[in-house]
Design a protein around this ligand. Sequence first.
Ligand code: COA
Length: 157
Amino acid sequence: MTSKETDIKVSRVAGEDSSWRRAFRAFYADCPRADRSGVDHAYFAAWTGKRLAGHSEVYFDGGRWVLDGLRVAAEFRERGIAKRLTAARIRYAIGRGAKEVWYACDDGNLVTICCHLRFGFKKVCPAGHSCNAATAHWYRLKVTKKLLKELDGVSPA
Ligand SMILES: CC(C)(COP(=O)(O)OP(=O)(O)OC[C@H]1O[C@@H](n2cnc3c(N)ncnc32)[C@H](O)[C@@H]1OP(=O)(O)O)[C@@H](O)C(=O)NCCC(=O)NCCS
């Protein structure tokens, strides 16, 4: 790990206070996020000082823990930040009892798909959904001993 990577701290957003809320709105100004306040949820951010380098969310809805909103600022990409944010959210869901974790994405979002497939997400069509090439697709990650071992290898903070 380079010294630049260790300067980036990945942590759960505690309190969701007004300064975080301002940074959050600015970070997603071009793709506003759904309001998660009505469901069990957690945000995980990558900080460089007081500046957001990356951000992501995990929420529980319809009986599923779902990862969403993964974004890393362009100048911080390809340094493993998305991987750390994803590992942190998977760990959080597991800590809350998840036996599987879900993620939905259009087929065209190849970089994001790569980022999730590396953890072992597999494309599935959940019961009650009708998936085709034009719809968002769901990916499921089963919590296994192999996954837990792999998560141990990803720097937590
Ligand atoms: C997708 C995204 C989150 C990846 O962030 P990142 O910090 O650069 O990703 P990482 O460095 O952690 O890489 C994780 C994995 O993604 C893949 N990946 C990342 N960048 C890639 C690229 N440019 N090309 C191909 N694969 C790539 C790699 O498979 C990598 O796995 P590896 O470590 O096994 O090689 C980032 O590119 C992004 O934010 N894109 C815009 C997403 C967006 O704005 N979405 C809208 C949200 S509202």
